[in-house]
Design a protein around this ligand. Structure first.
Ligand code: PBG
Ligand code: ZN
Length: 323
């Protein structure tokens, strides 16, 4: 049967009807906000390529926590950096570092899920996500460093740790370290399918974490490869990841959708810094209305199969009533 008996527009006549029939909903508890903590600043310091975002000293981040709670966001994704970068990135595991300090202050007295990013690139002098001699990443040393960092965050009260180094075996190594330390309640969200992307550049300004030499292509995924991406996720699932992530977001919606068909795990997508910057810049120029663009992007993520969306727009979208 076709037109005129079938007329799909019949079902979208009024706003009320459209609301009743909407298949995909954006709700605050599924949105997570990335937060940059910085021990080298004494007040929130703007990030040039991410207008509206700041590097926070721990003491000045409390207001942001309260706003995120009030907005009923799902949680925060915490990024830190050291006072001084070291060859081996030991600052990542320092219990006095900004991330553990933040966690000790807020864990247990917030409704937000506190997720600690686990990587070395902000902490190493090389700006690479792993450690090793003469520019080559050494697997064993990197896994040990990542596990120790994850343990420091878990012991400070992180609900989840989120390894983003794309080091083979990182999920298994971290799971073992956490369990050996009786932190079996702490979950692992793996950035399993993380592609090497030009869309991370604003983040690298925020974290001062750009590689000093070379790029990350020998460990991050080639964005041309869908099947390889699914294998990455499969390994992380086998290693015990509790949440699987696809990153970046809009450029990899097809991969998210394929992951949705294959896995029953909760799936997260990261709407990364460069994606935020694109919309923000166009909005500042008056070329796009973010109040309408952002809900459309969030809806696309959920429609494609995401359970959780990590976005620099998470808080603004709720506070401004865009979703
Ligand atoms: C570090 C890390 C990066 C992002 C999250 N964790 C940058 C990178 O891999 O270069 C990117 C986040 C963003 O762009 O918003 N391992
Ligand atoms: Zn890294």
């Amino acid at each position: 049967m076709g037109y005129p008996a079938v007329r799909l527009s019949r079902m979208r006549r009024t706003p009320h009807l459209r609301a009743s029939l909407r298949e995909t909903h954006v709700i605050p508890s599924r949105l997570f906000l990335p937060v940059f903590l910085d021990p080298t600043v004494s007040r929130p310091t703007p990030i040039t390529s991410m207008p509206g975002h700041f590097r926070y000293p721990v003491h000045a981040a409390t207001d942001l926590v309260r706003r995120a709670e009030k907005a009923r966001l799902g949680g925060l994704l915490l990024f830190g950096r050291p006072s001084v970068k070291r060859v081996d990135g030991v600052g990542a595991r320092d219990p006095k570092g900004v991330v553990p300090t933040f966690l000790r202050k807020h864990a247990g007295n917030t409704s937000l899920t506190l997720v600690a990013d686990v990587c070395l690139c902000a902490y190493t002098t090389s700006g690479h996500c792993g450690v090793g001699k003469s520019g080559k990443i050494e697997s064993a040393a990197t896994l040990a460093a990542l596990s120790r960092a994850a343990a420091a965050y878990a012991e400070a009260g992180a609900d989840w740790v989120a390894p983003s180094a794309m080091a083979d075996g990182q999920v298994a190594a971290i799971r073992k370290e956490l369990d050996d330390r009786s932190r079996d309640e702490v979950a692992i969200m793996s950035y399993g399918l993380k592609s090497s992307s030009a869309l991370y550049d604003p983040f690298r300004e925020a974290e001062d974490s750009a590689p000093a030499t070379g790029d990350r292509k020998s460990y991050q995924m080639d964005y041309s490869n869908a099947r390889e991406g699914l294998r990455e996720l499969e390994f992380d699932a086998e290693e015990g990841a509790d949440v699987l992530m696809v990153k970046p977001g809009l450029t990899q919606l097809d991969l998210l959708w394929r992951a949705r068909q294959r896995f029953s795990h909760p799936l997260a997508i990261y709407h990364v810094s460069g994606e935020y910057a694109q919309v923000k810049a166009a909005a500042e120029k008056g070329w796009l209305e973010e109040s309408r663009v952002v809900p459309e992007i969030f809806t696309a993520f959920f429609r494609a199969g995401a359970d959780l969306v990590f976005s620099y727009y998470a808080l603004e979208a709720v506070e401004q009533g865009w979703i």
